[in-house]
Write a protein that binds this ligand. Structure first.
Ligand code: AMP
Length: 191
C-alpha cells in the first residue's frame, strides 16, 4: 500500500497546526505533532514532561532522542494508517535521518515536505497574538518567540536541503488567508 506521509514544515507561527487539521480531514491522515505530544507529557507531569518543560519555556529544542522515541512509538503502534502529517518534526538533521530509517524499516517513506514560508515580523505578530489566548507559556514573551525563530533558522531550516536532495521539497507561500494557504498545500499534494 502506498502511504501518504507529509512533513508540514515551517517556522513557529507559520500555520502548521491550523493547516494540519484541514489536511488530516481531506486526506484521512493521522497527525503527529511533537509539540502537542510534549505538552501532553507536561500536563501529565511525567518525568519526560518535566525534563522538556524548562527547554520549551526557554524556546530551545528538546533532545533528539526524546522526540525520536515518541514518534517511533506512534508509528509502530499504527501499522494500518493511510499515512501521517508530521507537524514540528523533524527539526534537526538527526531527527530527519531517524525518521527516514524508522519509515524505511516498515516499508514506507516520506512522500513530500511542504515548507511554509512566512516573514519574520508576521511570525512574531501571530505568535504573540496567539499567546494572548492560548495560554502557551512560550508564546507570551517576544524574547522567547524570537529565540524559537533563531533555533528554527539555525537548526531546522537546513532540512529543506535534506529533502530537496531527495526531490521532495515544495516551497509554499505561507502569507495570506488560511483558505488560500490550504489551497496551495492541496495543489502541491494533488488528488
Ligand atoms: P511546537 O508546538 O512545534 O511549536 O513546539 C513547541 C516546543 O516544543 C519547541 O519550541 C521545542 O522546545 C519543543 N519541540 C517540539 N517539537 C520538537 C522537535 N521535533 N525537536 C525538538 N524540540 C521540539
Amino acid at each position: 500500500m502506498n502511504k501518504l506521509n507529509i512533513v508540514l514544515f515551517g517556522p513557529p507561527g507559520a500555520g502548521k497546526g491550523t493547516q494540519s487539521k484541514f489536511l488530516m480531514e481531506r486526506y484521512g491522515l493521522g497527525h503527529l505533532s511533537t509539540g502537542d505530544l510534549l505538552r501532553a507529557e507536561i500536563k501529565a507531569e511525567t518525568p519526560l514532561g518535566l525534563q522538556a518543560q524548562e527547554l520549551m519555556s526557554a524556546g530551545e529544542l528538546v533532545p533528539d532522542e526524546v522526540v525520536v522515541g515518541m514518534i517511533r512509538n506512534r508509528l509502530e503502534d499504527s501499522p494500518g494508517a493511510k499515512g501521517f502529517i508530521f507537524d514540528g518534526f523533524p527539526r534537526t538533521r538527526a531527527q530527519a535521518e531517524a525518521l527516514d530509517a524508522t519509515l524505511d524499516a516498515i516499508g514506507s517513506g516520506i512522500t513530500l515536505m511542504l515548507a511554509l514560508e512566512v516573514e519574520e515580523e508576521e511570525l512574531v505578530k501571530r505568535l504573540l497574538g496567539r499567546g494572548a489566548t492560548s495560554g502557551r507559556p512560550d508564546d507570551q514573551s517576544e524574547e522567547v518567540v524570537r529565540k524559537r525563530i533563531r533555533e528554527y533558522e539555525t537548526k531546522t531550516a537546513p532540512l529543506k536541503d535534506y529533502y530537496k536532495a531527495q526531490g521532495k521539497l515544495r516551497r509554499i507561500q505561507g502569507m495570506g488567508s488560511i483558505a488560500e494557504i490550504t489551497a496551495r498545500l492541496t495543489d502541491a499534494i494533488g488528488d
